[in-house]
Design a protein around this ligand. Structure first.
Ligand code: ATP
Ligand code: MG
Length: 402
């Protein structure tokens, strides 16, 4: 019966003096993700020598259903490299071998039932160097125990591609045995870096950009633009679903939904057609600036990738950047679209993103947008709009916040 989870982290381990802060953030995130498991309110998260453990305060075993729920919770904790449900005993070789005997049989037998034999591996680690046996000796003793449980022809040791892998960790206060290693999101724990604002469209790219930035330790709030009545409210509902999905990886961020249509009409009526897309984008940046300033967010994130569409040429990106008062983060800037799609599928946003809904950017979109909108030209176009600040303030005031 599993009584604890071993949580392993990687990048945090390289953080020198800040390591403690990163570990505490990771524990905060673990606690937050697990707190939704109401029946498991009495969990503790001890930190011991580069590992964090999740266990019940009463040290009782988890039920199968609880194990599944915790696995789901831990797989959402940025900063966590991987984790394993584990069985525990005293740091005593007889007890360890007993636990191997009692737990490995079922794991090995299920493969033998299917294939007639099983390839297995034992990996032991001794973090308590006072333990009288070396790691290699623990592995040999455990292998001997297993060889006594099955006929020789049913067992094969395979160190590279085992079907059953048995991990043993011996520490000063206990010993742990585990059979599986599940991946976490990796990276750094949310909250270990500054909060940011992400421009979230209903497309495939921006949710992936959000996830990448979350995994660098940033809490993400979201800003989406719609152009009601020129785009349907369904476009906004789609983005709300995507934001809800992303929020399962962090303490929920705010979604700001801003109607850009009045500003877009002004641009349509007063500016040169081919510059519309870049002009829209610069207006988006100005609204983003207002939110960042007022809500104390420190960067603007987009899902742009160099060269992907007309508005994403280097020249246009530069002209868009010039309207942003905060550092622009474009985690997908060098990424292949197929890789972005793979990540969106894994993240679980792809299915939501491919629902065809019109985007704010496509409202009054020119048939052939400029791929080289120089800042000089764009500033001249913006001068035609007169004082745009009242329209920006109105759009800001009327934002739907959820
Ligand atoms: P995506 O798949 O993320 O929509 P895309 O390849 O379709 O990206 P664009 O639509 O040109 O490219 O958008 C580039 C980036 O600009 C998006 O990733 C997003 O960050 C931002 N963006 C575009 N449209 C909107 C919108 N309606 N609301 C908020 N941000 C937007
Ligand atoms: Mg898009």
């Amino acid at each position: 019966m599993y009584t604890c989870f071993i949580c392993r982290y990687h990048e945090i381990a390289t953080k020198g003096d800040n390591r403690r802060m990163f570990e505490e953030k990771l524990i905060d995130n673990l606690r937050y993700q697990c707190q939704t498991l109401e029946e498991l309110s009495g969990l503790s998260f001890p930190r011991v020598r580069g590992r964090i453990y999740v266990r019940r305060e009463d040290k009782a075993a988890f039920t199968g259903e609880q194990v599944e729920k915790i696995k789901n919770a831990l797989s959402r904790c940025s900063g966590l490299e991987n984790f394993s449900p584990a069985l525990e005993c005293e740091p005593d070789i007889e007890q360890i071998l007993n636990l191997v005997r009692n737990s490995a049989g079922e794991q090995l037998q299920s493969v033998i039932d299917q294939k007639g034999r099983v390839k297995f591996r034992i990996r032991a680690r001794r973090s308590d160097k006072r333990f009288p046996m070396m790691s290699k000796d623990i592995e040999i003793a455990a292998a001997t125990t297993i060889s006594e449980m099955f006929p020789k022809e049913q067992l094969e040791v395979d160190l590279t591609h085992p079907e059953v892998s048995i991990g043993i960790e011996v520490r000063d206060i206990n010993a742990l045995i585990y059979y599986q290693v599940f991946p976490g999101p990796g990276g750094l724990p949310t909250g270990s870096n500054s909060p940011v604002l992400a421009l979230l469209s209903g497309g495939i790219d921006s949710p992936v950009a959000c996830q990448m930035i979350m995994n660098r330790g940033c809490h993400v709030d979201f800003l989406t633009f719609h152009s009601f009545p020129y785009t349907p409210m369904a476009s906004l509902e789609k983005v709300q679903k995507i934001a809800a999905k992303l929020n399962t990886f962090q303490k929920p961020g705010t979604l700001y939904a801003c109607n850009l249509s009045e500003i877009q009409k002004q641009i349509r009526d007063l500016c040169t057609e081919k510059f519309r897309t870049v002009l829209y984008r610069r207006m988006m940046m100005r609204i983003a600036n207002m939110i960042c300033r007022r809500k104390k967010l420190n960067a603007i994130v987009t899902g742009e990738a160099v060269g992907q569409v007309a508005s994403q040429t280097i020249i246009n990106l530069g002209t868009i950047d010039a309207a942003a008062d905060f550092v622009m983060l474009r985690p997908l800037c060098g990424m292949d679209k197929l890789e972005t799609i793979r990540r969106a599928e894994k993240l679980g946003t792809y299915e939501l993103s491919i629902d065809p809904q019109p985007d704010s950017c496509t409202v009054f979109a020119p048939p052939s947008p400029s791929v080289a909108a120089k800042l000089f030209d764009i500033e001249r176009e913006e001068a035609k709009l007169g004082d745009i600040q009242p329209l920006l303030e109105k759009a800001y005031e009327e934002m739907i916040i959820s």
